[in-house]
Ligand binder design. Sequence first.
Ligand code: HEC
Length: 182
Amino acid sequence: MLRWLSAALVMGALAPLVALAQAPDTRPADAKPAETKPAETKPAESKPATPKVYIPGLEQFMNVILTEHNKLWFAGRARNWPLAAYELGEIKEVMSDVQDFVPVFKSLPLADMMDAVIVKEIADLEKAIEAKDPKAFAAGFDRLTAACNACHQGTENGFIVIKRPTRPTFTNQDYRPHDRQR
Ligand code: HEC
């Protein structure tokens, strides 16, 4: 009798809890809060985002030019004139990219400075390569290098000093001319 009573009391005490626990399951579906509704009030989110465009920093263009400057020297030294012409062409290309993408740098008219400082040196070196003249090539290469440094000085980057390389940056490119090219 006592055991039955206590069981009844326990059941009685638990009943509201059980009811609560079951409540969410027994509520009709449409009684649940409409969580997805606000989405349709934000149509802007469905617009495609404007793609970001990556523009390398000036120092990245310059480091590519530095690599090509190195290759140019070893191509010329090896009298591999087609390769020398190619590397100088690549330097011109990157410089023209600099003019397009970084025409002004720290309020300095970089594009105009490029024209003023280095165009003549490049043209002279092109002639030396065309003439397949090793002496004129070496002299022209040094004048090109001096022009690099002139601009570095003119842009308060005089601490960036370019010089004739003493060895190739890469050892896995063969700078010697090959018969097919001659
Ligand atoms: C018209 C101006 C101009 C000319 C010409 C120029 N540079 Fe530069 N160069 C700069 C400026 C400005 C910087 C500094 C960039 C920065 O602060 O991000 C620089 C930086 C550099 C750096 C440093 C990059 C680094 O991260 O260490 C190298 C290397 C370099 N130049 C190589 C060359 C070479 C090689 C040439 C010639 C073939 C050349 N530059 C010609 C303007 C020039």
